[in-house]
Design a protein around this ligand. Structure first.
Ligand code: NDP
Length: 482
């Protein structure tokens, strides 16, 4: 039965005064799987005011105690793992094993930042005056707006909210409308932790109403966002106007370079996983595969052979390897890009069709491969966010790196080679925030910095210790005995 979720503002679950709901649709079968509040901008303001009022008390509670709350949130998520993972599959379409993996990652991130509560929050630095003590201390920023996408509705909110809270900020969280029921269940793990009222606030509603109100609010001291480049740029402008810190993680057009000396089986497996897992809807997904001429035909044949074996279906079915696109909008976008690529002269090698049928009534598209793609084509330049690979042939390593860098994005990039010298050149010359050797482009480790270069990111990094840089301000303290 489909459930309805409320907003969580100032320590209470409350219905929106709008009286309207947003329905969330299961992309595997187009059934309603739950509803949330279509909130008004006044409710966004109430949440921001609650966060503002709570910020001084939360700061004074101390880092250690704040970490203890995150351990409780982690325990709540662990207790609800199966339900939340199932909700994630039903709402966003990724397979159940992927959804369980994402939820487990959420638990690990919470525990990591809970432990931050008992780690150092500054450094002692030798002063030029031998009688002085000089040290740094971290101060929270205040109220942080958290705006998240639908592709990782468990992990992304948690990797933003957990560090924001442990370092002493209060937050207002607006999740993507496409995956909002799962986000509401994650929000309940926070509310059930006993966290003081006003510290964690959750408001659902459209980006143009609730999101826009949060982004432009003068209550905000910082904003963190993951989503499209278009929305990200608007957020950067609003943040610059209000002179607040901002963190943006946006698109990718991630290359995988396969050189003549690459291990064929490993590179094919990594490309399949990087391009088609989560139906290609990861910002780190492999979308351009740049292959050296000597291995091109063999690689291509093996890639097509393996792609033909992929079972597409409902993510809840244990036989399914790849689920549907997350929404009708994404499904239409993917099919449009397939047409654009054909019209631009790329050769359709594999897939390219909708798989909608009586048995598969949802937003299913075949895993698709284009051959003879030129780097200037839109299929090689723009983020598709779907199961589509563009194969590009090159002669030399230098050419491969030039093509890999020939996009506005710079999130993740990988290379397959046995040559350590070539790998080091790639590491040096690749304009990307995540550079991977003999590994798929779509791997993220929560304990390491995550973020992109060029148009992929505002430049700051998320996760690991890097999160502290964004969510705090450094105070340098100098004490001298009289
Ligand atoms: P959006 O950028 O529109 O959505 C991301 C988040 O921003 C959602 O919470 C959304 O709310 C919110 N939002 C939308 N408009 C505003 C606004 N004016 N002010 C404040 N917040 C706003 O991305 P889409 O979901 O439309 O996806 C479009 C494309 O973006 C995808 O095809 C993909 O290419 C890319 N994308 C990249 C992601 C990544 O991980 N880097 C993740 C998701 C998308 P609401 O959902 O209510 O509109």
């Amino acid at each position: 039965m489909s459930e309805t979720f409320k907003n969580y503002i100032n320590g209470e679950w409350v219905a929106s005064q709008s009286g309207s709901l947003i329905e969330s649709i299961n992309p595997a079968n187009k059934q309603v799987m739950g509803s949330v509040q279509a909130s008004t901008k006044e409710e966004a303001i109430q949440a921001l005011q609650a966060a503002e009022q709570a910020k001084n008390e939360w700061k004074k509670i101390g880092q250690f105690q704040r970490g203890q709350y995150l351990y409780k949130v982690a325990a709540n998520l662990e207790a609800n793992l199966q339900d939340i993972a199932q909700s994630l599959t039903d709402e966003m379409g990724k397979t159940l094993p992927e959804a369980i993996g994402e939820t487990q990652r959420g638990i690990a991130i919470l525990k990591y930042y809970a432990a931050e509560g008992s780690r150092s929050d500054g450094d002692v630095i030798p002063a030029s005056d031998k009688d002085a003590l000089m040290f740094t201390k971290r101060a929270p920023l205040g109220v942080v707006g958290v705006i998240t996408p639908w592709n990782f509705p468990v992990a992304i909110p948690i990797w933003k909210i957990a560090p924001a809270l442990v370092y002493g900020n209060t937050i207002v969280f607006k999740p993507a409308s496409e995956a909002v029921v799962t986000a509401a269940k994650v929000a309940k793990c926070f509310s059930d932790s006993g966290i003081p009222k006003g510290v964690f606030n959750f408001v659902t509603g459209s980006g143009s109403v609730v999101g826009n109100e949060i982004v432009n609010s003068t209550y905000l001291n910082a904003i963190t966002f993951t989503g499209s480049s278009h929305t990200g740029k608007m957020i950067a402008e609003a943040a610059a106007k209000n002179q607040i810190k901002y963190q943006l993680e946006m698109g990718g057009k991630n290359p995988v370079i396969v050189l003549d000396d690459a291990n064929l089986d490993n590179s094919v497996e990594a490309v399949l996983s990087g391009a088609f897992k989560s139906t290609g809807q990861k910002c780190t997904a492999s979308s351009r595969v740049i292959v050296q001429a000597g291995i091109y035909e063999e690689f291509k044949a093996k890639l097509v052979e393996e792609t033909k074996k992929i079972t597409v279906g409902d993510g809840s079915d244990s036989q399914t390897w790849m689920g549907p696109c997350a929404s009708e909008g994404q499904y239409n976008t993917v099919l449009e890009y397939i047409e654009i690529a054909k019209n631009e002269g790329a050769t359709l090698l594999q897939g390219g069709n909708s798989l909608q049928s009586e048995q598969l009534p949802g937003f299913y598209v075949e895993p698709t491969i284009f051959d003879e793609v030129d780097s200037s084509m839109r299929i090689a330049q723009e983020e598709v966010f779907g199961p589509v690979i563009a194969l590009i042939k090159v002669d030399t390593v230098q050419q491969a790196i030039e093509v890999a860098n020939d996009v506005e994005f710079g999130l993740s990039a990988s290379i397959f080679t046995k040559n350590i010298g070539v790998a080091l050149t790639f590491i040096e010359d690749m304009e990307a925030g995540l550079v991977r050797v003999n590994a798929e482009s779509a791997g993220v480790e929560f304990q390491a910095p995550f973020g992109g270069m060029k148009g992929s990111s505002s430049g700051s990094r998320e996760q690991g210790e890097a999160a502290k840089e964004f969510y705090t301000s450094v105070k340098t303290i100098f004490i001298k005995s009289e």
